[in-house]
Design a protein around this ligand. Sequence first.
Ligand SMILES: Nc1nc2c(ncn2[C@@H]2O[C@H](COP(=O)(O)OP(=O)(O)O)[C@@H](O)[C@H]2O)c(=O)[nH]1
Ligand SMILES: [Mg+2]
Length: 293
Amino acid sequence: MTRAGFVALAGRPNVGKSTFVNAVVGQKVAIVSDKPQTTRRAIRGVHESGDCQLILVDLPGVQRPRDPLTSRMARRVQQELEDSDAALLMLNGEQGIGPGDRFIANALTSVDIPVAIAVNKVDRLARAQLLAVLQSAADLAVDGDVFPISARNGSGVQALVTHLATLMPEGPHLFAPGERSDQSSELLIAELVREAVIRRTFQEVPHSVEVLVEDIETPRPGLTRVRALIWVESDSQKGILVGAHGRMVKAIGIAARREIERELGDQVHLDLSVRVRRDWRADDGLLDRLGIT
Ligand SMILES: Nc1nc2c(ncn2[C@@H]2O[C@H](COP(=O)(O)OP(=O)(O)O)[C@@H](O)[C@H]2O)c(=O)[nH]1
Ligand SMILES: [Mg+2]
């Protein structure tokens, strides 16, 4: 009998959820940055472990809703947790456990699914620190085995994946063999452009940016042409992204193109334009079109 199921990743922003999903799936499905609130959509990554198909759901970081964008994100997190077969609570071993982690751990006790706990970034910890943080993880309100891991260098990841597989229900596989994500290539490319923007910007700009891929063409085999729009919320943000003599948008384009080429295995022409749309975070039509549901 095969098994298959969904594991929802819960945890504060920046603990390493997206890095973990990419490590387990073996390819990039979720963008990663050192700025919080990077993940806006629930993204699924698929891993096959023996006869078990493990579908990891990389959730947006849990935060208090402030506008239609963040309300949609919060609603989505709740929904995804309820629809999952298990939850993985991820903690940042380097920072230790704080009120935000306890809040999420408490929230998980009210969802009726098994929970596993990962203490990530152990590559940054000395032995004594590691033991202390593992102990505070075990003391959290939520019940579950604790796994020290480094999503970055892979240590401990296999043991955790094997454990998660034991929590999955029996049933047929839900994704076709070899399928690694439910994300369209438009969305993956848009996310890779957004990652390049986030890495080069600061303060409110990363949160104000959204990317829409308008068009993907393959004029000949081995060449992909992409046209994408970068939305920002103000003229000054647009000024920052375009940069003096267009230098910033050019640098963003070069970095994003490299990433897209690596993922598609094709040569890529990337055409970027920056547009201002003052209230995109509150525009339900646009949020729908951007796949933030
Ligand atoms: N040292 C170290 N850094 C990590 C590890 N996992 C993730 N990171 C870094 O932590 C930051 C946040 O990672 P990300 O996956 O985007 O976190 P998310 O917000 O929970 O999805 C990035 O800069 C990652 O490179 C790890 O195991 N060790
Ligand atoms: Mg993330």
